[in-house]
Design a binder for this molecule. Structure first.
Ligand code: NAG
Ligand code: NAG
Ligand code: NAG
Ligand code: NAG
Length: 701
């Protein structure tokens, strides 16, 4: 059952019992808006969003947020668990589609058939040396939620002694080796750290383990199991690099390209509570003090293997092709319909998905409501805005990746920016990630939005007070839907959210009640994320000159170069990198001066508009310069040479992934002669930065 969305303008306007002044303001705007609407529809010329008008619509966007509507959307979206490819997931497709349609937005859905993975049966028992067997329950006993599993784990039964491997990093295995402990033929028990599950399993496999049990520490919700994917790479494994549409080429399941993305040993998530049963029974070697899980109250400090206990676990599952759907609403731009500002959030969830991801979906639906209101009041964005609801993100960003692959040429030539929100609200505190040309815009926009938790302060005030400068993360990881946009298509992107590290992550307890009790009791943080997300889209779609700063990009690259210099300790020359960064800096400064001149221009003649559009194109295309046709070495899908995941998750560099790989390789191999490889990767990055600078300059040589 889904709730009927709001249909009437009157309801849209008054859906929040707002504080009185705001309430009247909204009513007045509604009334004025009706006149504007009638006027514009009866006159022959269209309403153009001049900068002055834009400010008015920005105010309206801010004042029309409603914690009541956003809460009701979240309630409807989280009535049932809705794992990708299942029937309850289709219900959420219909809910989102009819919400957009009922608001009068042009809406369509796109279907792909992708390889997903589901469990059939699992079991885990612990065999003690005195002969007693303890069966560990692998369920949270919540009706309708898929049993805990790792998507794409191979099926199998494994039996062997257990070894605690801490986070399962290389350094942990080295530490074990020092203690004389090996995991060959054992079952690795690891606690979840920073890097992806698939990497933990791959490292255990490489060290000879037969299977992996991965638990999540925590002092609350200790019965929760963290589900997740262990697939490496991104997108549908059977159509790597192209869209999984009906009739498309599909690789065989036994193709080496497909096989290399899956682990060969089975793995499973454990709750903190069940992990404790195992960890408390291990002995043999002493655990290093920093390995101790303080919250788990471990009785003995031990890593195993064996001693008194053996583990027997079975995972039986199936990988099967299932249908997934993205839902997209389009708000056509009036003056530049062929320039796209994309807003996206995934809809599929491991369980009820109140935080992950439907706090974001609720915010997206509330933005749709606010945009529909603005449209009724005469707003037409200058550029086209797309509201995108992605599917199957949890399996490996599949819905968004297939869509990016399908639209690669049009995105490459026409996408202005992609604005992502995944888990919109996890708790208190604002966080943001972005490609650096959008840093300034993030600062601007957050300074316009009231902090939901601190009276009289803006989000910007508290954000910058908490970590000094308003620390902005970069988008090189493959952990949400921005990955394909940034790392494959080179589209400038943003990612925003409230709170982090929430305790019910990927468990059956990620429910509406958790949100209403802990995550966001009055739903004001949801409204705030919606306001920031919506304002970013308004600015990017309405500003005559795109609000991008490449000076900020060049400064960021300069800082990366300095760190790299330190890391390489003079063993490799960075001269070429310095030169290209200088080139980008001067091009960035030049275009900023040009932009300033054009902004001050009074005339709106055709010539002036074309000049602005030409300048915007240079700003839009500069990010594409960082792409390289050949992509990263051995991972050609990853085209971006500044942001992407290094192969080695313990790399000291979280940018320049190609250089990072070369550096790790040279360390690992302890080989001479790899300076050449590092040097070559530095050259590639330098050329990429040079291409970005050339795009900013916009002239042929
Ligand atoms: C066997 O050992 C386990 C773990 O030490 C203990 O919990 C259990 O009660 C023992 N069973 C018997 C039958 O002694
Ligand atoms: C791979 O799978 C295809 C079809 O599923 C089959 O025809 C082929 O023989 C298999 N190849 C190998 C090497 O197993
Ligand atoms: C391990 O568990 C499986 C499935 O429950 C069972 O069939 C098998 O006999 C067990 N193996 C051992 C050694 O206990
Ligand atoms: C919305 O905010 C108001 C004011 O803080 C609060 O009284 C109300 O309970 C909130 N509504 C919801 C659904 O949380």
């Amino acid at each position: 059952m889904v709730q009927p969305p709001l249909k009437q303008l009157a309801t849209i306007c008054t859906s929040r019992p707002a504080p009185l002044p705001t309430f009247f303001f909204v009513i007045i705007i509604c009334v004025l808006g009706f006149y504007a609407f009638h006027f514009s529809s009866s006159s022959s010329f269209s309403v153009t969003s001049s900068p002055r008008n834009s400010v008015r619509f920005q105010q309206l966007l801010l004042s029309s947020g409603s914690n009541y509507t956003v809460a009701s959307y979240l309630r409807s979206l989280t009535l049932h668990p809705h794992l990708a490819g299942t029937e309850p997931s289709s219900e959420t497709v219909r809910y989102v589609e009819s919400h957009f349609r009922d608001l009068g937005l042009e809406t369509h859905s796109i279907q792909y058939d992708a390889l997903l993975s589901y469990p059939k049966s699992t079991s885990l028992s612990v065999l003690f040396s005195n002969g007693s067997v303890v069966n560990i329950p692998l369920s949270e006993n919540v009706e309708g939620v898929v049993q805990p599993y790792h998507a794409y784990s191979p099926s199998g039964t494994v039996y062997g002694p257990a070894v605690f491997v801490n986070y399962g990093r290389d350094e942990d295995y080295r530490e074990l080796a020092k203690m004389g402990v090996t995991v060959v033929g054992c079952i690795a028990v690891a606690r979840k750290g920073e890097f992806p599950r698939g990497v933990v399993v791959a490292k255990a496999e490489a060290n000879g383990a037969k299977g992996v049990l991965l638990y999540t520490e925590g002092d609350r919700f200790r019965q929760g199991f963290e589900r997740g994917t262990v697939m490496r790479g991104i997108g549908d494994p059977l159509s790597p690099g192209w869209a999984a549409v009906d009739g498309a080429e599909r690789l065989n399941l036994n193709d080496s390209e497909v096989l290399k993305r899956f682990p060969k040993i089975p793995s499973m998530p454990l709750s903190a509570e069940s992990a404790e049963i195992i960890l408390n029974s291990l002995d043999t070697a002493s655990v290093p003090p920093e390995w101790r899980d303080k919250k788990a109250n471990l009785r003995s400090a031990a890593v195993g293997p064996g001693g008194p206990i053996f583990i027997n676990f079975t995972y039986q599952g199936e990988r099967k092709v299932a249908t997934i759907r993205n839902v997209i609403a389009v708000i056509k731009g009036l003056e530049e319909p062929d320039r796209f500002v994309l807003m996206g959030n995934h809809r599929d969830a491991w369980s009820f998905g109140a935080v992950d991801p439907n706090s974001g979906t609720a915010a997206l639906l509330d933005i749709a409501r606010r945009f529909a209101l603005l449209r009724k009041l005469g707003w037409n964005p200058r550029r086209t805005i797309l509201l995108c609801s992605w599917d199957a993100e949890e399996f490996g960003m599949i819905g968004s990746t297939e869509w990016v692959e399908q639209n690669i040429v049009n995105l490459g030539t026409k996408a202005v920016a992609y604005l992502n929100v995944d888990c919109a609200v996890q708790g208190p505190g604002f966080f943001a990630g972005a490609t650096p040309q959008l840093d300034d815009l993030l600062h601007d926009v957050t300074a316009q939005v009231q902090d939901p938790d601190v009276k009289g302060a803006t989000v910007h005030d508290t954000w910058t007070a908490e970590n000094g400068i308003g620390n902005i993360e970069r988008l090189g990881a493959v952990n949400s839907d921005f990955a394909a946009f940034v790392q494959h298509a080179g589209v400038p992107s943003v990612d925003v959210y409230y709170g982090r590290d929430f305790p019910v992550y990927h468990t059956a307890f990620d429910t509406y009640d958790w949100m209403a009790n802990y995550g966001d009791p009055l739903f004001h943080r949801h409204v705030t994320v919606g306001s920031i997300w919506g304002l970013l889209a308004l600015r990017l779609s309405d500003d005559l000159i795109l609000p991008f700063s490449y000076v900020s990009y060049a400064n960021q690259l300069q800082a990366y170069k300095d760190t790299l210099n330190h890391l390489l300790d003079g063993s490799v020359s960075l001269r070429t990198l310095s030169t290209s960064i200088e080139e980008l800096k001067s091009a960035a400064q030049e275009i900023e001066n040009e932009a300033k001149r054009l902004r001050e221009q009074e005339t709106s003649s055709d010539v002036a508009l074309f000049q602005k559009r030409a300048l915007n194109d240079r700003l839009m295309l500069a990010e594409r310069g960082f792409l390289d046709v050949d992509g990263l070495r051995g991972r050609p899908w990853f085209k971006h040479l500044v942001y992407g995941p290094p192969s080695d998750y313990e790399s000291a560099l979280v940018y320049f992934p190609g250089i990072a790989d070369a550096v790790s390789e040279s360390k690992e191999m302890n080989k001479m002669g790899l300076e050449e490889l590092i040097q070559h990767e530095i050259w590639r990055v330098a050329r990429a930065i040079g291409r970005a600078a050339a795009a900013l300059k916009g002239e042929l040589s």
